[in-house]
Ligand binder design. Structure first.
Ligand SMILES: *[C@@H]1O[C@H](CO)[C@@H](O)[C@H](O)[C@H]1NC(C)=O
Ligand SMILES: *[C@@H]1O[C@H](CO)[C@@H](O)[C@H](O)[C@H]1NC(C)=O
Length: 348
């Protein structure tokens, strides 16, 4: 009996390993077809294995779909974000992750599989040639990465059984039950996100935009407010039906002709959706914690309850912690860091 069940466990492990290897193989093949050279990287980050998170008794079978991008530069952030979501979730087994990737590194998949052996997830390749001709240089190079634009194409990539998805950036941690965000009533809107109506909306667009008689009519009939696209609930069906991908792309094409905004993927979203979204409580995006600099210029938390901390901006908590010049708020990110650094363990 005992040996029988352990045999079962072993075969399950072997099957898991086999399918993982097959996945790795096909991904590597895809990478080769795409002409990407997968370099063996000796300095692959390694992560601690997260514990298994189990559903509470009151959980139903409703799935929660979360989409994030997977990029080797932000892998440590993605790991922390996933960990934080699972840890604060009442029904963690109901969560299904959808990872979008552009430049495949098999190590990233390996990291996820080994760090979260029980995670339900799928991977989707984002073909960056879809945006390559449409990206205009922004004031910040980090914003020009094609994967930054993947969220515009999310509805095309995600399978049709997914009707709603929460899109999350990789530089954040969730400190509340994500189910509360999932259950927000969109009231017929395509997107829900915290809205910031006190931010000066004028500054997101150029003089050229506001002085152009035709273009500046884009917001006619709306009271547009800034929102951050790093935390959004998207009604994927409505997005597809309403051709929102094309709507956002159209503004990117205008930007290529005339410079109508400064930042990367955010302004075309604002042009299409600002003033027409369902506003969510601000607690779901305490953004800007990255601040203006890699070092220094630390931001404080805004007053009020917090469900999600977002290090948007130039500074990232893992870089500042490594440089030993962290901001105070970076210590709120640290408990979710699964990165296993050999140098750290030597010092301990
Ligand atoms: C917003 O910024 C613009 C340009 O910098 C300025 O002209 C305008 O007065 C500002 N509006 C408010 C309400 O502060
Ligand atoms: C979306 O695009 C399709 C194909 O171009 C078109 O048939 C349809 O009418 C469009 N729908 C909306 C709501 O614009």
């Amino acid at each position: 009996m005992a040996s029988g069940s352990s045999f079962l466990v072993l075969t399950q492990h072997l099957t898991g390993l086999l399918s993982f290897l097959l996945l790795l193989n096909s991904a590597a093949a895809a990478a080769i077809r795409l002409g990407v050279v997968v370099k063996p990287t000796p300095d692959v980050p390694t992560f601690r294995e997260a514990p298994a998170f189990r559903n509470g008794d009151a959980c139903n079978a409703e799935k929660i779909h979360i989409a994030m991008t997977l990029d080797s530069n932000y892998l440590r952030g993605t790991m922390a974000a996933v960990f934080s979501i699972l840890q604060h979730s009442t029904c963690p087994e109901n969560i299904e992750f959808h990872f979008l990737w552009a430049r495949f590194k098999p190590e990233a998949l390996f990291s996820i599989k080994t760090t979260f052996p029980y995670l339900k997830f799928q991977m989707y390749h984002f073909d960056s040639s879809r945006v390559r001709g449409k990206i205009s240089k922004s004031i910040r190079q980090a914003l020009d990465q094609p994967l930054n634009y993947a969220r515009i194409y999310l509805a095309d990539m995600i399978p049709s059984y997914v009707k709603r998805v929460i899109y999350l950036d990789s530089d954040l941690v969730v400190v509340d039950d994500i189910a509360k965000l999932w259950e927000v009533d969109l009231e017929g809107k395509v997107v829900a996100a915290p809205e910031y109506c006190h931010a000066n909306f004028t500054n997101y667009f150029t003089e050229l935009f506001w002085t152009d008689a035709v273009l500046s009519r884009a917001f006619e009939g709306r009271n547009p407010c800034y929102f951050n696209t790093g935390v959004m609930i998207v009604d994927v069906e409505k997005w597809r039906e309403g051709n929102y991908t094309q709507k956002v792309e159209r503004w990117m094409e205008v930007q290529k002709q005339k410079r109508i905004y400064h930042l990367g993927s955010l302004p075309p979203f604002l042009l299409v959706l600002a003033g027409d979204i369902k506003a969510v409580d601000h607690r779901w995006n305490q953004h800007g914690l990255g601040g203006d600099n890699l070092e220094g210029k630390c931001r404080n938390l805004h007053p009020g309850p917090i469900s999600l901390l977002h290090w948007s901006g130039k500074g990232k908590p893992w870089l500042r912690l490594d440089s030993r010049k962290p901001c105070t708020i970076d210590h709120l990110w640290a408990p979710y860091d699964l990165y296993r650094s050999d140098t750290h363990s030597l010092e301990e």
